[in-house]
Every structure is written in structure tokens, then in C-alpha cells.
Design a protein. Structure first.
Lengths: 227, 534
């Protein structure tokens, strides 16, 4: 085999491997010979399974990223946090009120937040976690829902928090309260559900189901397309 | 990273034609043209990619080679595996932790059953989580379930199972309301109107979205709800490797495998809901995939082995717009919502060459033709073929800031590589996305095996030979719910369980031997093998 010139040293949980410099952390681990079980999921930046903490040689700063979306760097020292035992409250969303007291009752530790911003620094989605925690303390559920919306629930915020907050779980509680109680309701949806339940479309669909292929093709071609 | 200087030069061509393209409507292809494109360029029509399956209930049917390999696999365990001392017993065993599994667990629990959900990876690490663009439902006055029905059946080449399409379109508005009541945040105008766009092959705007995290928003909400319910237990990193029947031919549970302790064990159940999803990680014909790490056809393998019938497993969906550059995100999804909002596919000469929102199979075939036959693709450093997807048009149509607001996941993904998709077009090429067919079910998710119910991507028929965008998030909710409901009813109406056995494996192994399939892989394979061995 010819000598590769594109290899760089990285340290996976302290062990050195020389890997191609163009790879993501996840593919570099596989290139190094790992068969991943934990710390891998969608491989597309949506599931939060591959939260990774890393540091570069001689730089004291900690960096955070998703292994599937972060390209390796020379002298990178990395480890994954595939699971973090943050607290999660249990509740029946149909019996909650969309107000500050609900957040405080289910997550009393919310009021212990120091506002230090370590969570924001740790977020691989670059969300303003500290900002939405502040909104949560003010009971502004709509703002928490909106600011936390792109959260993939990887848990890095909670892993780094000196006040032991489960930020991402407070986020989803707020989003569910917003979606169920605070978002404007859709009148057209309510009407359509009623029509379906009253069987308004049953006859039309029975007719379509009984059509042969040629008749369906004709119907399909004749559809008008909304601009 | 960003684009190379050569690519930035080519982008100038796209920019030069943009003002004139802004108002140019490329015509839709007639049905006859669609067929020609598909037969000429779609991977489903490349005969060397397929072979006939040699054993089992669907013997003689065509499947992609890679799928046939695992379906004709050798079981993890032998017929003498001890089922006498189950690790646990439950009413309904849900296998799969995506949208269909979660929906089935919820409706199963509401139906009065004790539910155990087992999943191979973490609960929610599934294709549902990755769906970006949206979910279809005909709930505007201009639209109706019958129009939705026609769009689906035309997109599916008129091969869809009518009863399943009926279930999909009539449950659709109910599912949107169900999700809203669970707290899913749909994109709405201040007065509550759902913001809806077109998807490929739709004749009405009926794509409901949650920015471009539509699947993630639905999945994390369903997961949170499952975790809140008493009587649902969730066990992660424990995929099923074999279904067990009893001596009456009813489902009796499944043999599970703890990926971490590497131990096999039996879970006794009165009913099983199979919701294991698709098979993109088999990389048909060498294509990259948008699918999550665990999409390895496990459900097809297990259901087929106990005699459940396959349907349309010879048709796979290639999403037209997989990322083609940078190589780190090769094959990952660029949501169809980008085209729904007005972005156009453009060739090397800066020209449109296909209507932007054809059904996915047609759109993908047109991209392949543009690169392979017309040689008007965009060259990339790795040799990966590509066409432009001209995203900056979106802001010319809907105003500045639209992309950040409507497509935050896309912006984030490309920004990681210093590409601003509000200013520069993306490079895309078809990527393996979805298993159009699966195991045959009826409208209540029954199979021909008593006690075995199936929902979501592992099932087949509802989408015919090609699924439209926004109908898989809908599918997992509609048929996940129906599967859970039917399973709970089956259990609560009283099942008389027999003695669990793995006798079907005796017959299976015999067939393998008689067909002289010596090289059979151990299947389900559970995970793709990406670790470098040399």
C-alpha cells in the first residue's frame, strides 16, 4: 500500500490513531476500526446521539460538537458522552397549565440556575441555552419554546451545568405546553376533522377505490394544480 | 472549506441566469414522459441490481441484491434456543423506536394493554427524527382527502393498495389534530392557519411543517409522551433477531439481543407490533443514504421468515436531493422543502432542466439523466456527480431572512462547512432514502400471521411504487396508531396462547440447505459494517 500523506493524529479516549484529515469524527472512529453502538444514531445531525467533547493539544479550551458533523483536527483529544442521566419529570400534558408555576413545580431546580452560560458554550446547535433558561425563570413559555426549538436533546448542556439543570428537558416541556395551549388553534383543521368524522368524504373515496386503472389515470391527469 | 475557486466560477453562471429563471416555470412532465425517464435512468430499472429470492413465502419475487442477501440469511439462533424461561412477559411487544413504534405504544396503552417497546439504538434514533420537510394532510377548504388520494395513487404509479390509501388520507387530519393536542408546534400564521407548501407530486399545498425539524419535532414529542405513560416500558439497545410463534401459529413474542452484553433472550408477548423501519443502510447499488444507522431491513427479514408476504420490495426511493458536496455530508438529506419554497434544480449551463416538484422517482431520474447522458452535471473534487439546487431564489421569492427562518437545519448543516445557502446554491444528487414496499398489511395493520401487526416503513402497499414527500411522517402516525389499536384489541379480546416454539426455523434452515445457499449471512444484520478491518 502506498503511504498516505493526508493522515493526521487524533486521540480517541486517549489512544492515538492516524486518520485521513477530511473525515468527520464519526467516520474517523470507524476508519480507526471502531464498530459503534453507542454514540451513533441518525448520522445526519438530528438525533443527538453522538455528542462529543474535544480539546486540541496545548489549548485548555473544551469544544463541543456532533461526531457526525464535525471534521477531525490534528492533535484532537476526544471523548463521547452517549448518555447522561439528567432528571426528567413525568407528567400528563393534558392536566398541566401553561404557566410559570408548572415549570417550577416539575423542575424546582430551575430557580437554582446561576446564569453562567456554560450551557450555551456547550451547545453543538449554537442555541442560546442560557437565554431560554432565563426566559423559563420568568415563565415566558412561548419564548422558551421558540428559543429551544432547534434542540436535539443531546444533553451536553446538562452534562456541563454546575447547577445540575436538565435544560433540554425543560425545553421540551415548554414546547409541548406552547404547542398544546398557547399556539393559535387552527379553525380549518377543526372543521375538517369534523367533516371526516361525519363521513363527508366517504362516498367520494369509495368511488375512487372502485375505479379501474384507466379511470384513475384519467382523473389524475385532469387534476388542477394549485399554483 | 466552502466551494473551490473552480466551483465559485461555475456559480457565476447560475447567478447570471437567476433573474430570468425567477419567473420561468418549467413545465411538468406528462405521464408518458415520466415513464420514459424512469425506465431510462431510475436505479429501480437497472436489472443487474436485482435478483429473484430463492426461498420462502415470496420465492421468485425480485428484490435488490443486497436485500435478497439478508432476507436469504441464516438466523442468529437455532430452533432449539430455549424459550422456556422468558426474560419478561408483556401484552404487546412493540419492536422499533421510531415514529410508528411510539405511536403504536401510545395507542396500545390507551387500548388497555401492557406495552413494552424495544429498540436497537436509543428510543427516537430513527428515520422519523430525520424527516425534515413535513407531513401531508388535506385540511384546507381548497383541499380534500379525495384529492390527496389521487395525488398519492398517481405518484405511486396506480399500484397502491386502495384500502391503505383510504386509511392514510382519512386519518390524516385526525393525526394532525392528535399531534397538536400532544403539543407538536406546527408552523402557523398568527390567526392559526397552518402554513402549507407543495411537495413533489401534490396538487394542493398540504405540507405541514415545523421549520425543517418536522420529524424531530414529532418524534421528540411522541417519545416524551411515551415516557410519561404508565404501563409502557422502553428497553433500548435490544433489537429483535427472531419472531417466535406458538404451536397454534400465533405470534408468541420475540428473541431479543442485548447489543451491549451480547446476550440473546426471549420476550414473551401476546401480540407483536413490528415497526422496525427501512433498509437504507444496505446501500443498494452502492448509493449513499439519508437513513439512520440502524436501517438494515431487520423487520423484513424477521416477518418474511415467519411467512408474512412481501409487497413491492423491488422498488426503493432515491431522494433527488442528497448533499453531493462537501464530501463529509455526502448523501445526507437536503429537504424537499427547499424546492417547495421555490429553489430550482439547475445544470452546468445555468438552465432549469426539470419541473422542480415532480414525484421523487421522476425528479431523481431527471438528475441522473442530466449528469450521465447529457453531461451537464457539475464537476466536484471527488468526482461525485451533482446538479445545482439554487436556494438563493427562495429569498427573492419570499423575502430576505426566509431561509434562516424556514430552513434552520439546512443553514446550520452547510454553515458548518462555510457555505451560506442563502447566498450560494447547493450541490445535490440522488441518495437512497426510503423503502417504498414492505410487508403486506390490511388497513388495520394485520398480517396473515395472527398477532403480528405492522406499521410504518416496514409495511408495504400504501405508497405503491413511489412515496410522495410528507406521506411517511403521516404513514408512521396513521399506521403506527392503527397497529397499536388493533394489537390492544386483539389482546384484550382474549388470546389463548399456546406453547412458544421456533419450529419455523427448522423449515427455514432446510430450505436454505435445499437451495444450496451456503454463503448465507447471519441476519438480521442489525448494524452496517463500517469499521475498517485492514
Amino acid at each position: 500500500m502506498t503511504e498516505r500523506t493526508d493522515l493526521i493524529p487524533i486521540f480517541i479516549m486517549g489512544k492515538r490513531y492516524d486518520v485521513p484529515s477530511s473525515l468527520t469524527i464519526m467516520k474517523a472512529m470507524e476508519w480507526a476500526g471502531y464498530t459503534l453502538i453507542r454514540g451513533v444514531g441518525c448520522r445526519g445531525g438530528f438525533c443527538g446521539a453522538c455528542a462529543t467533547v474535544y480539546r486540541i493539544k496545548d489549548d485548555p479550551k473544551l469544544y463541543f460538537g456532533l461526531a457526525c458533523q464535525t471534521v477531525v483536527k490534528p492533535e484532537m483529544y476526544m471523548g463521547q458522552i452517549p448518555f447522561f442521566p439528567a432528571k426528567r419529570a413525568s407528567y400528563d400534558v393534558t392536566h398541566l397549565k401553561p404557566e410559570a408555576a408548572t415549570l417550577f413545580k416539575l423542575y424546582p431546580e430551575l430557580l437554582r440556575c446561576l446564569g453562567c452560560g456554560t450551557c450555551t458554550k456547550a451547545c453543538p446547535q449554537e442555541l442560546n441555552v442560557k437565554g431560554y433558561m432565563a426566559a423559563a425563570m420568568r415563565g415566558d413559555i412561548a419564548l422558551v419554546a421558540n428559543m429551544s426549538f432547534d434542540c436535539i436533546m443531546c444533553g451536553l448542556c446538562a452534562a456541563r451545568c454546575p447547577a445540575e439543570e436538565p435544560q433540554y428537558n425543560i425545553g421540551i416541556l415548554s414546547r409541548r405546553l406552547y404547542g398544546r395551549y398557547l399556539a393559535p388553534r387552527s379553525e380549518h383543521l377543526r372543521v375538517r376533522v369534523e367533516e371526516v368524522e361525519n363521513g363527508k368524504y366517504t362516498a367520494e373515496i369509495i368511488e375512487l377505490k372502485a375505479m379501474d386503472r384507466n379511470a384513475l389515470v384519467g382523473r389524475y391527469k385532469a387534476r388542477d394544480i394549485e399554483p | 472549506m466552502t466551494y473551490t475557486p473552480e466551483m465559485l466560477e461555475l456559480i457565476k453562471v447560475v447567478e447570471a441566469t437567476r433573474p430570468q429563471r425567477l419567473h420561468q416555470k418549467f413545465p411538468t412532465a406528462l405521464l408518458e414522459e415520466r415513464e420514459k425517464l424512469l425506465h431510462g435512468f431510475h436505479p429501480d430499472f437497472l436489472s443487474e441490481g436485482f435478483r429473484k429470492i430463492r426461498i420462502g413465502v415470496g420465492k421468485g419475487e425480485e428484490m435488490p441484491n443486497e436485500l435478497a442477501d439478508v432476507v436469504e440469511g441464516r438466523p442468529h439462533i437455532g430452533p432449539d434456543f430455549d424459550l422456556g424461561d422468558p426474560e419478561f412477559e408483556t401484552d404487546v411487544l412493540v419492536i422499533g423506536g421510531g415514529g410508528a413504534g411510539a405511536s403504536a405504544a401510545l395507542l396500545g396503552q390507551e387500548g388497555g394493554a401492557k406495552v413494552t417497546l424495544v429498540t436497537k439504538l436509543r428510543f427516537g434514533d430513527a428515520n422519523t427524527m430525520m424527516a425534515q420537510g413535513g407531513i401531508q394532510a388535506a385540511d384546507r377548504p381548497e383541499d380534500s382527502p379525495s384529492i390527496h388520494y389521487l395525488d398519492i395513487i398517481g405518484g405511486g404509479h396506480f399500484d397502491n393498495v386502495p384500502e391503505l390509501v383510504e386509511a392514510l388520507v382519512t386519518d390524516a387530519p385526525l393525526v394532525i389534530q392528535w399531534l397538536e393536542n400532544l403539543g407538536v408546534m406546527f408552523d402557523k400564521t398568527p390567526d392559526g392557519m397552518m402554513m402549507q407548501e407543495h411537495g413533489g407530486g401534490t396538487s394542493r399545498k398540504r405540507m405541514h411543517s415545523s421549520r425543517d425539524y418536522s420529524g424531530a419535532e414529532i418524534m421528540r414529542t411522541l417519545r416524551d409522551e411515551v415516557r410519561n405513560r404508565p404501563n409502557i416500558e422502553v428497553i433500548e439497545f435490544c433489537p429483535a433477531v427472531e419472531l417466535a410463534l406458538d404451536d397454534k401459529g400465533q405470534v408468541a413474542g420475540a428473541v431479543l439481543y442485548n447489543l451491549e452484553t451480547e446476550r440473546y433472550f426471549f420476550a414473551r408477548a401476546k401480540a407483536v407490533v413490528l415497526a422496525t423501519g427501512g433498509s437504507g443502510r444496505l446501500h443498494y447499488q452502492g448509493f449513499p443514504t439519508t437513513n439512520h444507522y440502524g436501517a438494515t431491513a431487520d423487520g423484513i427479514v424477521m416477518a418474511y421468515r415467519v411467512g408474512a408476504e412481501p409487497l413491492y420490495l423491488d422498488t426503493m426511493q432515491y431522494h433527488p436531493t442528497g448533499a453531493a458536496y462537501p464530501e463529509q455530508i455526502l448523501g445526507q438529506l437536503v429537504t424537499e422543502k427547499v424546492r417547495g419554497l421555490g429553489a430550482q434544480p439547475v445544470n452546468l449551463k445555468g438552465e432549469q432542466f426539470v419541473y422542480p416538484l415532480e414525484p421523487r422517482d421522476v425528479e431523481a431520474a431527471a438528475f441522473i439523466r442530466e449528469c450521465k447522458e447529457r453531461k451537464l452535471g457539475i464537476p466536484t473534487p471527488t468526482g461525485q456527480p451533482a446538479v445545482w439546487l439554487d436556494s438563493p431564489l427562495i429569498e427573492m421569492i419570499h423575502g430576505p431572512g426566509t431561509i434562516q427562518k424556514a430552513l434552520p437545519a439546512m443553514v446550520r448543516q452547510f454553515k458548518r462547512f462555510d457555505i451560506d445557502i442563502a447566498k450560494l446554491p447547493m450541490l445535490v444528487y440522488p441518495t437512497l432514502h426510503y423503502q417504498n414496499g414492505g410487508i403486506r398489511i390490511d388497513a388495520d395493520c394485520r398480517t396473515k400471521i395472527p398477532g403480528l401487526f405492522i406499521g410504518g416503513e416496514v409495511s408495504g402497499g400504501v405508497h405503491g411504487r413511489n412515496r410522495l414527500m410528507g406521506n411517511s411522517l403521516l404513514d408512521v402516525c396513521v399506521f403506527g396508531r392503527r397497529a397499536g389499536r388493533t394489537a390492544a384489541a386483539y389482546v384484550t379480546q382474549g388470546v389463548t396462547p399456546g406453547k412458544p416454539t421456533l419450529q419455523h426455523l427448522v423449515a427455514w434452515n432446510k430450505e436454505l440447505d435445499e437451495a444450496e445457499i451456503d454463503e448465507a449471512v447471519k441476519s438480521p444484520i442489525l448494524l452496517p459494517s463500517y469499521a475498517r478491518k485492514e
